[in-house]
Ligand binder design. Structure first.
Ligand code: SAM
Length: 234
């Protein structure tokens, strides 16, 4: 277990109190549920620690997340990046959203077992929630491995308050994605403030986090109805 602590120290995160035990239990639940429902292709302990847990927390390379009071993770799947962020930053109120109900059942089990009182999981599509009570309510929206940047900005930016931002976790081809999402980001009220590139520790994976600031309210035209943002990207 000390290895996880050392790994997190590489990105300046101190796993104090019972945080290390929580990550351990999260791993066990992930493996247990993965045998019944498809949650992740990565199951090896070290790989989960690095490619899921550490990667989820790499947002701290891009932003001072401690200053935010709430965050929404869109298309969280088995809880990435939202659950690792919730374990390390218990003062941030975290909303997890996913369109697959079985994944949300898994998330509710993790929330109960780990006693994550700062987290709530919801079942539904971003296109629907983004027009409802969660619209423009969050300091940060995060999303990893859900869609191309143009589609993702339409799904995510409606949740962000004015002055807040959307952080997209990306890997390869980030430059092309940024170029082709330019028009969509502008239409949706966003502006790219930074693209932070780094290599995931203990790997040779190139990772990027694209930070999009919300500089204007998003028009009520967006998000369009479920499925349209991915079928017809702006
Ligand atoms: N973010 C997780 C990760 O990095 O491991 C899961 C990635 S998984 C490839 C994509 C997830 O996004 C799936 O769990 C899927 O159900 C969810 N998803 C896709 N489109 C969505 C939408 N429009 N609204 C909400 N969830 C969506």
């Amino acid at each position: 277990m000390s290895e996880l602590k050392d790994l997190f120290k590489e990105i300046n995160i101190e796993l104090d109190g019972d945080k290390e035990v929580k990550f351990q239990r999260y791993y066990e639940l992930l493996i247990e549920w993965n045998s019944k429902f498809n949650l992740t292709a990565i199951t090896d302990y070290d790989e989960v620690m690095i490619k899921h847990f550490l990667d989820s927390l790499s947002i701290i390379k891009a932003v001072d997340i401690k200053t935010c009071s709430n965050l929404i993770d869109v298309g969280t799947g088995a809880g990435f990046p939202g659950i690792p962020i919730a374990i390390v930053f218990p003062d941030i109120k975290i909303t997890l959203l996913d369109s697959l109900n079985k994944r949300v059942s898994f998330l509710n089990e993790v929330i109960d077992e780990l006693g994550l009182v700062n987290v709530k999981a919801f079942h539904g599509r971003a296109e629907d929630y983004g027009r409802g009570e969660f619209r423009e309510k969050y300091d940060i929206c995060v999303s990893r491995a859900v869609a191309n940047l143009s589609t993702l900005t339409e799904l995510c930016l409606p949740f962000v308050k004015m002055g807040g931002f959307f952080a997209a976790y990306k890997s390869e081809k980030v430059r092309e994605e940024v170029e082709s999402a330019d028009k969509a980001i502008d239409l949706l009220g966003g502006k790219i403030s930074e693209v932070v590139n780094f290599v995931l520790p203990s790997t040779d994976y190139d990772r990027s986090i694209v930070i999009i600031n919300k500089i204007k309210e998003t028009s009520m035209k967006y998000p369009r109805k479920a499925g349209t943002p991915s079928k017809q990207p702006l």
